[in-house]
Design a protein around this ligand. Structure first.
Ligand SMILES: NC(=O)C1=CN([C@@H]2O[C@H](COP(=O)(O)OP(=O)(O)OC[C@H]3O[C@@H](n4cnc5c(N)ncnc54)[C@H](OP(=O)(O)O)[C@@H]3O)[C@@H](O)[C@H]2O)[C@@H](O)CC1
Ligand SMILES: Nc1ncnc2c1ncn2[C@@H]1O[C@H](COP(=O)(O)OP(=O)(O)O)[C@@H](O)[C@H]1O
Ligand SMILES: [K+]
Length: 600
C-alpha cells in the first residue's frame, strides 16, 4: 500500500516523531538532504563519478573538472534541506553556489541552523535573477525554494526567478538543465498538483517538465500525481526518512489516521525495494457455473446508437462476468443482434418490460449510460433501474444487493432530476468525466476549477460598456488568481465531496483518476510517469471502462474495489496495446493482461 500524505498530515507525523524524543527535526532534515544527494547520484552516475570526495583536490590538480551546483534555498524548511544538500555536495569536492533570502528573521530553527553551518563553508548569493546570473552553467541545479509549506502564489522577484527556471525565461526550456526539486517543484501545491496563481490550463510554464528529478520524503504526496504535478516533477523518487512508525497514528500517538488516501497501484518507498509496482488482485475464477460469476445487464441506446453499450458489454464479458445481456429497445434490436455472439440480447418495448427483466434477481450488476440518450424514454429506463436496485441486504442477488454503474448519459439524466441523488447509495458507481461531473456537481466542479479566465474581448467589444465590463472581468480574474491560497482544493477533495453528497462511489476520470467513497476513503489511480497511457484518450474508452467495472463487480468485488481494479486494468490494457489503440482493442487485449497477472 502506498499512502499519499497531505502537507498537514506530513507535519503531524513529523511532530509526533519529534515529540517521541526518538528523532530531532535536525536529524530529519539531514536525512532528507542526504536522500536528495543519494538520489542525484543514482540518477546521474557521471555526477557521482565526478564528485568522489577523495578525488576532489587531487582530481583538480590532474586537470579534471570540478562539478558545479547551484542550490536555491527558500525561507522555510525546504530551504533547510537545500542547505544540507549544498554542504554535502561541497564535502564531496563540488563547487557550490547557494542562493537564499537575506532576511532570516522568520526562518524555522532547523533551517537556520543549517544555514549557519553552510555559512561556515560558503557564501550566499541573493535569491533572485541577479544571483542566478552570477552562478551560471552549473552541472546541477537544486530547487529547495518551497516545499509543502507553499501558502500563496509566489510574487515579485521570487515569481520571476521561478518562472525563469520553469522555462519561460528562455534557454532553460531547451537545454533542460539537471534540475532537482526537493520534495516538490517550487510553486506546485503538494496537496493538489495545482500551480498557485497560474491561469488554467497552463502549468507554471508551457515548457514542462520543470524538474528532471523530484525527490520527496517518506511517501509521495497527492500533488505528485494530480493535475500538473506529473508534468512538472520529471522523474519521481521517494526517500525513506524513518517516519514509518509514526505514519499510522494520530498526532496524539494513538489510533489510525482516517480517512486514508492511497495510490493505485502502490509504488515502492525505500531505495532498497525493487522498483516494481505490486499489483492489486482480482478474485480468481475457480469453480461454479456461469451464474456464480455474475450476470451483468447492459442497457443499449436507440437504433444507430448501440455501439457504446456493446463496447461496455464486451468489456464486462472479457473481464469474466459469467453472463452479459444487452437490453435493447425493439427498434435497436436488429442492429445489436447483427453484431453480437457470446452476448445475449433482450428486447424491451417499454420501461415496464425492462422492470420485468429486472425482477430476475440473478442480474447482479446493471450498467447504463453509454449511448443511452437523453430523452424521456431514457429517463424512464433509468428510473426503472434505480427502482429495481435495492441496497444491499434487501434480498436481491445473493444478499449483496444489485449494483449499478452509471456512466455517460445516465449521469446527465441524473443531473436533470429534481433530486439527482435520490435512490443512490454505495451500491452505485458513478463514472463521470469532467464535463459530466460539472453537470452533476456544478459547485464542486467550479471550486476545483478555480478562477475562470474571462472570455476574450473581440474588436466589436472595444468600446463603451463592453470594454469597461471586459476590463473589470480581467482585473477580477487577476485578483482571484493572486488570492489563491495553499493548500489548494484538489481533485481528491472534490471527488470526496461528490461521494459524500451523492452517497455513491464516485470515479472521476482522467490521467489522474480519483475514486472516493462517501466515508472519505479515496484512491488516486494515475496513468503518469512510467505508467502513462495517453492512447486512452480515444472515443469509447470510457464505455469500456464502465463495462470493466461492471465485470469486476459481477465477479464479487465491492463497488469501490471494482472501480479501482477496473481503472487499473483499463490502463494496463492500454499500455499493453500501445499506440494505435482504439476502444475496441481494450476488451480484446484484456485476456493477455489477465493471463500475465496469473503468472507469479
Ligand atoms: N514535514 C516533515 O516531516 C519534513 C519536512 N521537510 C522539509 O520541510 C518542507 C516544509 O517546510 P515548511 O513547512 O517550513 O515549508 P516550506 O515549503 O519550506 O515553505 C515555508 C516558507 O515559505 C514561505 N512562503 C510560502 N509561500 C510563499 C510565497 N508564495 N511567497 C513567499 N514566501 C512564501 C512561508 O512564509 P509564511 O507563509 O509563513 O509567511 C515560509 O517561510 C518540506 O517540503 C520538506 O522539504 C524535511 O526537512 C524533512 C521532514
Ligand atoms: N491521457 C490519458 N491518460 C490516461 N487515461 C486517459 C487519458 N485520457 C483519457 N483517459 C481515460 O480514458 C477514458 C475516457 O473516457 P471518456 O472521457 O468517458 O470518453 P468516451 O466517452 O469517449 O468513452 C477514461 O477512463 C479516462 O480516464
Ligand atoms: K522545492
Amino acid at each position: 500500500m502506498t499512502e499519499l500524505l497531505t502537507a498537514a498530515q506530513m507535519r503531524e507525523i513529523e511532530q509526533a516523531a519529534m515529540a517521541s524524543g526518538e528523532v530531532t527535526g535536525l536529524e530529519l532534515m539531514e536525512r532528507a538532504g542526504r536522500g536528495v544527494v543519494d538520489a542525484i547520484f543514482e540518477e546521474w552516475s557521471d555526477l557521482a563519478q565526478a564528485s568522489l570526495s577523495d578525488r576532489g583536490p587531487a582530481h583538480q590538480q590532474e586537470g579534471g573538472r570540478v562539478p558545479k551546483a547551484v542550490v536555491l534555498c527558500g525561507p522555510g524548511n525546504n530551504g533547510g534541506d537545500g542547505f544540507v544538500v549544498a554542504r554535502l555536495l561541497k564535502e564531496r569536492g563540488w563547487e557550490v553556489h547557494v542562493l537564499a533570502p537575506e532576511n532570516t528573521t522568520k526562518m524555522p530553527p532547523d533551517a537556520a541552523t543549517n544555514r549557519s553551518r553552510w555559512k561556515e563553508v560558503g557564501d550566499i548569493l541573493p535569491l533572485n535573477r541577479d544571483g542566478l546570473r552570477s552562478a551560471r552553467d552549473a552541472d546541477l541545479y537544486v530547487d529547495a525554494v518551497f516545499g509543502t509549506g507553499l501558502t500563496r502564489p509566489p510574487e515579485g522577484e521570487l515569481a520571476e526567478l521561478l518562472s525563469y527556471l520553469a522555462g519561460s525565461g528562455g534557454d532553460h526550456g531547451y537545454f533542460q538543465p539537471r534540475m532537482v526539486a526537493v520534495d516538490v517543484p517550487s510553486g506546485l501545491c503538494s496537496d493538489s498538483g495545482k500551480v498557485l496563481g497560474c491561469p488554467e490550463p497552463e502549468p507554471f510554464s508551457s515548457l514542462a517538465p520543470y524538474a528532471r528529478l523530484t525527490v520527496t520524503f517518506e511517501t509521495p504526496k497527492p500533488g505528485h500525481f494530480l493535475a500538473h504535478g506529473p508534468e512538472l516533477c520529471g522523474q519521481l523518487v521517494v526517500r525513506d526518512i524513518g517516519l514509518t512508525k509514526w505514519r499510522s497514528v494520530n498526532a496524539d500517538g494513538r489510533g489510525l489516521r482516517l480517512p486514508r488516501l492511497q495510490l493505485v497501484p502502490p509504488m515502492p518507498n525505500g531505495p532498497d525495494e525493487p522498483h516494481v509496482h505490486s499489483r492489486p488482485t482480482l478474485r480468481p475464477k475457480i469453480r461454479g457455473h456461469k451464474f456464480d460469476h455474475g450476470h451483468v445487464l447492459v442497457l443499449t441506446g436507440d437504433r444507430w446508437a448501440t455501439g457504446a453499450a456493446r463496447l461496455a458489454a464486451r468489456g464486462a464479458l472479457r473481464m469474466g462476468a459469467g453472463l452479459v445481456t444487452l437490453s435493447a429497445p425493439r427498434d435497436a434490436a436488429p442492429e445489436v443482434a447483427a453484431q453480437i455472439t457470446a452476448l445475449i440480447l433482450r428486447v424491451e418495448d417499454n420501461a415496464d418490460q425492462l422492470a420485468e427483466t429486472l425482477e430476475d434477481d440473478r442480474i447482479g450488476v446493471v450498467c447504463l449510460g453509454p449511448g443511452l440518450g437523453l430523452h424521456a424514454r431514457a429517463q424512464e429506463r433509468l428510473d426503472a433501474v434505480l427502482a429495481a436496485a435495492p441496497p444491499p441486504g434487501k434480498g436481491t442477488y445473493l444478499g449483496r444487493g444489485r449494483r449499478l454503474v452509471l456512466d455517460a448519459d445516465a449521469l446527465t439524466l441524473l443531473s436533470r432530476r429534481e433530486n439527482p441523488f435520490q435512490g443512490l447509495g454505495k451500491h452505485v458507481v458513478l463514472t463521470p468525466h469532467s464535463g459530466e461531473f460539472a453537470r452533476l456537481f456544478p459547485d464542486i466542479s467550479a471550486r476545483l476549477a478555480g478562477p475562470q479566465r474571462p472570455k476574450l474581448l473581440s474588436t466589436k467589444d472595444f468600446t463603451g460598456e463592453a470594454l469597461q465590463e471586459g476590463l473589470a472581468a480581467a482585473m477580477a480574474y487577476r485578483e482571484a488568481l493572486s488570492a489563491e491560497r495553499g493548500p489548494a482544493y484538489s481533485k481528491v477533495d472534490a471527488v470526496r465531496d461528490a461521494a459524500k453528497r451523492s452517497g455513491a462511489v464516485v470515479l472521476l476520470k482522467g490521467a489522474d483518476t480519483v475514486v472516493a467513497l462517501p466515508d472519505g476513503r479515496a484512491w488516486v489511480h494515475a496513468a503518469v510517469y512510467d505508467r502513462s497511457a495517453p492512447w486512452l484518450a480515444t472515443a469509447g474508452a470510457g464505455d469500456v471502462l464502465a463495462g470493466f467495472i461492471s465485470g469486476v463487480m459481477a465477479r464479487g468485488h465491492m463497488p469501490h474495489e471494482a472501480a479501482i481494479l477496473g481503472a487499473w486494468l483499463h490502463v494496463e490494457c492500454a499500455r499493453s496495446f500501445g499506440p494505435g489503440l482504439i476502444a475496441e482493442d481494450l476488451p480484446e487485449v484484456l485476456p493477455s493482461v489477465l493471463k500475465a497477472l496469473l503468472q507469479p
